[in-house]
Design a protein around this ligand. Structure first.
Ligand code: 8X3
Length: 256
């Protein structure tokens, strides 16, 4: 297995949910972390807790991945010893709204496209060349089962996650002559604040999404991210689709 100890792991959207769980998992295994989030107060708290528990080196940045210039500045200005990023977890993003296309909010669409797609592109475009220079690296993108098939009321979210899938595939092709690995993780239902954000703070509606079934936890996804990263460097997990046992697809779910 590839040793994760002392590896430098860059995680976007690290203040909560899957990003935070990934940060914990890598820290537990001795990695050094570069953590970004829009909400710096939350992130500093998370970083403080992780540091206390695992005594690992952590850099934190207030970063909205939609801000193309700020993404570049953060990467350009990383301290020299932190520029050799081993693993990039493109986790920032998520869903906003769940309505018929003809009733969809264009503001929600803009934000989904900008964070899930453009944010991932900005980070990867700035970090992948550093990885190539260092002759090592792993890009792990947070896709979704939404990227494998559309579902009603999800056209734009499904569209952006389909973009994540195909961008992952294209990047894998363009770096095939380098040691860079590219993995697209495609989770189904994971109980985080994903649905609360999607439904603009409507917790009751969000809770209904996970009613009557045992959803995945953020830690389940972090385990898979970690597993993909810790395999020997000649082993590339291209794609992982993972759902709760009682979910067969975005639309086929068994509830008790
Ligand atoms: C999260 C999974 O099914 O809510 O990306 O789109 S789903």
């Amino acid at each position: 297995m590839e040793k994760i100890k002392s590896k430098i792991v860059f995680i976007s959207g690290a203040g909560s949910g899957i990003g935070k769980a990934c940060a914990e998992k890598f820290a537990e295994n001795g990695a050094k972390l570069i953590l970004c989030s829009r909400n710096i107060d939350k992130l500093i708290k998370v970083a403080g807790e992780i540091n206390k528990k695992y005594d690992t080196d952590i850099l934190t940045y207030q970063l909205d991945v939609r801000d193309r210039q700020k993404v570049k500045t953060v990467i350009d200005e990383l301290p020299k010893s932190w520029r050799k990023i081993d693993i990039l977890v493109n986790n920032a993003g998520g869903a906003l709204g769940m309505d018929k296309f003809q009733a969809g909010s264009i503001d929600d669409w803009d934000e989904m496209i900008d964070s899930n797609v453009k944010g991932l592109l900005y980070l990867s475009r700035n970090i992948v060349p550093l990885m190539i220079e260092n002759n090592k690296g792993h890009v792990i993108n947070m896709g979704s089962i939404a990227g494998t098939a559309a579902y009603p009321n999800g056209a734009v979210y499904c569209g952006v996650k389909a973009a994540v899938k195909l961008i992952s595939d294209g990047l894998r092709m363009d770096t095939v002559d380098t040691p860079i690995r590219v993995t697209n993780i495609q989770p189904g239902m994971v109980e985080t604040n994903f649905s609360v954000v999607r439904f603009h703070g409507d917790k009751e509606r969000a809770n209904k999404v996970y009613q009557g079934l045992k959803a995945l936890r953020a830690e389940d996804i972090a385990d898979i991210v970690y597993f993909s990263a810790s395999l020997p460097v000649h082993v590339q997990i291209c794609e992982v689709t993972v759902t709760p046992a009682s979910q067969a697809s975005a639309t086929v779910v068994h509830r008790q």
